[in-house]
Ligand binder design. Sequence first.
Ligand code: ASP
Length: 570
Amino acid sequence: MISSKSGVDAPTESKVLVIYTGGTIGMVPTPDGLKPKPGALVEYLRKQPMFHDEDYAKEHHLDDLKNTLVLPETKSKKRIIYTILEYDPLLDSSNMIPDNWVKMGKDIEDNYLDYDGFVILHGTDTMAYTSSALSFMCEHLGKPVILTGSQVPIYQLRNDGRENLLGALIISGEFVIPEVCLYFNNKLYRGNRVTKVDSESFDGFSSPNLDPLATAEAEIKINCDIIWKDPNPGKFQVSTKLNSDVGVLRLFPGITADSVEAFLKTMKGVVLETYGSGNAPNDQPKLLTALKNATDSGTIIINCTQCLRGTVSASYATGQDLMKAGVIPGGDMTPEASLTKLCYVLAKTEDSSERKKMMKDNLRGEITLLKRNELCLTNSHFIQIIGKSLSISCKEDLEAISNALTPPLACSAAKIGDIGALETLKDMGSNLCLGDYDGRTPLHVAACEGHLEVVQYLLSHGASVHAKDRYGDNPLSNAVRFRRKEVVKLLRKTGAHLSGDHHEEAGTELCSLAASGDLDGLEIWVLAGADPNTPGYDGRTAIQVVEAIGKTDMVKFLAQLMSKKSGTGE
Ligand code: ASP
């Protein structure tokens, strides 16, 4: 429950610091266009009864305090006393850089103990970047920080600045919402979920993947269920170190591998804006190689969709190939949140795996990690949570449960090609070589799926190439069935051979592949160790079958396969 600061025992006054950084809200026309006017806003507000109760201020000697005003009594009989800290220079937010975020963060930190809440008056153009950046910089925030501004200067007769400022002041003075928020057009949004969507409408912002935290209609309704709850509460502090070697790369049809490569070279962190649910062209090997080289050399690349709403998922091969190149799926994070999170995370740690982990983690409610209806064995997060909780509670009988559950979890991780989840299970003491109820090991599953890196990982962690499932299949026969050529080669190199039944069936299988002209099938069986000279069920070899049906090209192909095979010494 979000406590309102009002109530029988609650103090009747609350204090809000307004950090005025600039923006249209306080701009006046000049021959060069709209510009902020120093000193004008506080003087204007002082004269507006809806923003300043002169009698109350006199009676309570607030007049003596510089730039301090008091709102008329609120519905809950509260007085909100606010002090305006005006920046010099006042900025059009298009001129903001990360140093400006640092200054705001420091001012919040320096004044944290003296105020109940903070309002930041800011231009709308880059407000979503600032609200996202501050959300990460403010660690263990316990009080509201609300950014607002307007599309029309507050001095004009019809404007949105009045409502926006009043709403932000009332919410920050009356409610304990421990988040960096953005208030616009009667809605309070999580600061790292918003994006500017309209340069004219009073409804200029959208939070496409998260409902508003509050709506201000006849009553102010707080959506308590979604207010952020700090998972590791601690002492408030502002992290003022940011790394600005970051950039945004938006894909477009026809983008070249060379330009991608040149861009990536200059960056430590990149937001890759992809199509749809996180897709990029996968028919340009050079482009994927450029991405892979960058991630291999430590650049953190985060995949965000160009769509306003929705999430990056692994539904398409074009998206999965990005993951294989080491690009981190950014889920439903906005590009603004992703970019500022990179600035924060890159400055927080030098350790590459820690950086990647932080980028994937939900630090301040900026990403939706798991929806309830997505709880299933093939969800990486689910596997890791179960793995961890089993290890935490591991007493004698729980150990048996853990042993029973880890094989299917590991198989699920292998199925989705998730080395991170396998690593978690291994770190929790799980044996990655055990089979599930059908005797299928993670290596079987990875071989079926053709996840070469997972196969490699499992082999280097003791997985046996000879493990047989209840059907007598080993990982090699699985890879053959699903025609995973690279996996077959790797398994052969590490000592795998066709299991008994398959070995016996090889002659017949080769004959039938030869009869149907399936070159690919023949090649994969031969790669797996089948001998084209082995006779099938009727005593003929594959070569004799193709000779009989007069397929001369196939005779040549088989002869080549055989000479390759003898070249390998088999
Ligand atoms: N250019 C202005 C700014 O971002 C726009 C605004 O405030 O609405 O400062």
